[in-house]
Design a protein around this ligand. Structure first.
Ligand code: TYM
Length: 332
């Protein structure tokens, strides 16, 4: 079976609708006919300051949300990045074939370091995409289901794989991004020109998957719409309405244009009511499963321990091959 790898940072108590529609839903779909590895990337999460207890809690909660969304641990490997030390080890090697200028061009680093003040950002934040490349390359990954904001990191990953292969001989599979156009970038409900993000200035534009249904409904009802009254799919002229149409389309399996056609003679209020209804229907079973999973931490830990074993089986073979290729002596 072709391999899939993807991951999310445990940087908040709840994933949001962008994470879900942009990535997690695709993870669930592709696990049917791929050998999938889904990782909670806690090493990435410490690139910004976080209290140890908070990190532990978020790591567990993020894993539980993968499962609550339908990732099946009997089919897919679900694990925590720090449980497989191969990730950090390969990242070092890849860092040594990455140009300083090349790493400096990563726009996510530029965005994040500008926000925090560039002199206050860590070296870890700078080398973040190299660790991401290691995550992916360790598993001989063919496909990486992510949102649009990860495209540049995927390009770097491909460049590093090709460079390593050219310099040291065929070692890594060159992965392809799997980015679904219609849900690749879910926008903030209050500022539909910015992507929905955990680090948004205000939470009111965010739909957290674990939010109270009343809060979710209110956020959707208060979404910023556009001038005029006509419901039409037009990202340039009607970014707010188009974002809502995109969400509704994704959850009902139609195209945004087809969904829009159903609102002839209706208004923004009708659209918002329908979006709220469909989102809440999607979240109800998710929240239910999440609560059950969190009530049995021993079972969750068992899943993660089994996942780590399986991940290391694969990762250690790739790391050993890469280490040999660069000229490290075998340990014994
Ligand atoms: P993270 O944790 O920021 O986001 C997790 C996933 O959610 C997607 N996403 C979105 N998709 C659509 N609309 C949005 N508004 C939106 N916001 C977030 C992201 O594209 C991502 O797929 N660097 C990665 C984590 C990572 C990783 C990896 C991913 C580490 N190693 C290896 C894939 C493969 C990140 O920060 O994701």
């Amino acid at each position: 079976l072709p391999r899939v790898f993807s991951g999310m940072q445990p940087t908040s108590d709840s994933l949001h609708l962008g994470n879900y529609l942009g990535a997690l839903r695709q993870w669930v779909a592709v696990q049917e006919d791929h050998d999938a590895f889904y990782c909670v990337v806690d090493l990435h999460a410490i690139t910004v300051e976080v209290a140890p207890d908070v990190l532990r809690q978020r790591t567990r909660r993020t894993a539980a949300q993968y499962l609550a969304a339908g990732v099946d641990p009997d089919r897919s490997t679900v694990f925590v990045q720090s449980h497989a030390p191969e990730h950090a080890q390969l990242a070092w090697v890849l860092g040594c074939i990455t140009g300083f200028g090349e790493a400096s061009r990563m726009t996510q680093f530029k965005d994040k370091s500008v926000r925090g003040g560039s002199d206050r950002s860590s070296v870890g934040l700078f080398t973040y995409p190299i660790l991401q490349a290691a995550d992916i390359l360790l598993y001989g990954t063919h496909l990486v289901p992510v949102g649009e904001d990860q495209r540049q990191h995927l390009e770097l990953t491909r460049d590093l794989a090709q460079r390593f292969n050219a310099r040291f001989g065929e070692t890594f599979v060159v992965p392809e991004p799997y980015i679904l156009g219609s849900t690749a970038k879910i926008m903030d409900l209050q500022d539909p020109t910015a992507k929905m993000s955990k680090s948004a200035q205000s939470a009111t534009g965010l739909v957290d998957l674990l939010d109270d249904p009343k809060v979710v409904a209110k956020r959707i009802r208060s979404a910023v719409t556009d001038t005029g009254r006509e419901v039409r799919f037009d990202r340039e002229e009607k970014p707010g309405v188009s974002n809502l149409l995109g969400i509704l389309a994704a959850l009902t399996g139609a195209t945004p244009e087809a969904v829009a056609a159903g609102y002839e003679g209706k208004g923004y209020g009708d659209l918002k009511a329908d979006v709220a209804e469909v989102v809440l229907a999607e979240l109800a079973p998710f929240q239910q499963r999440f609560t059950e999973l969190l009530a049995d931490p021993a079972e969750l830990d068992r899943v993660l321990a089994a996942g780590a074993l399986r991940a290391r089986e694969v990762a250690s073979v790739t790391l050993a091959r890469a280490s040999d290729r660069v000229g490290f002596l075998p340990a014994g």
